[in-house]
Design a protein around this ligand. Structure first.
Ligand code: CO
Length: 135
């Protein structure tokens, strides 16, 4: 079951500059920075009352975010729904014809199992599902 909007991600060409903007210009609380090897991204999180803003940047200049930034310069990248049973949600969505970017969920940012739904299954929007490992 989907239980909440976990975060919205923005692809940024300069991670430190964007962290400065969200922290100092917008006054959000910077939680942590994390390199996610499995997704080839560097991430930075700003938790809000019920969700987070996630900044995503290429890790070592490669991976899907690098391609996105080369193509678009930066921008709204994906939104993420929190699941309380990711395997069940994937199975349910697969029976409805949804396509995923990976065969199975994998360990993503801040100790969550994650999987991405193909944008062509959601009118061009990239949607991530995540479930914390300790739940
Ligand atoms: Co994300």
């Amino acid at each position: 079951m989907i239980v909440g909007l976990d975060h919205i991600a923005i692809a940024v060409p300069d991670l430190d500059k964007a962290i400065e903007r969200f922290m100092n210009d917008f006054g959000l609380t910077f939680d942590h920075k994390e390199d996610v090897e499995s997704a080839k991204t560097s991430t930075a999180f700003f938790p809000l009352e019920t969700t987070s803003i996630e900044l995503v940047h290429p890790l070592n200049g490669e991976g899907p975010i690098q391609k996105y930034i080369e193509k678009k310069g930066g921008g709204m990248h994906h939104l993420c729904f929190r699941s309380d049973n990711i395997e069940e949600d994937i199975a349910r969505l697969k029976t409805k014809g949804y396509e995923f970017l990976s065969e199975a969920p994998y360990l993503g940012a801040h100790n969550c199992m994650v999987i991405f739904i193909h944008p062509k299954s959601c009118d061009g929007v990239l949607i991530e599902l995540n479930q914390p490992m300790d739940h």
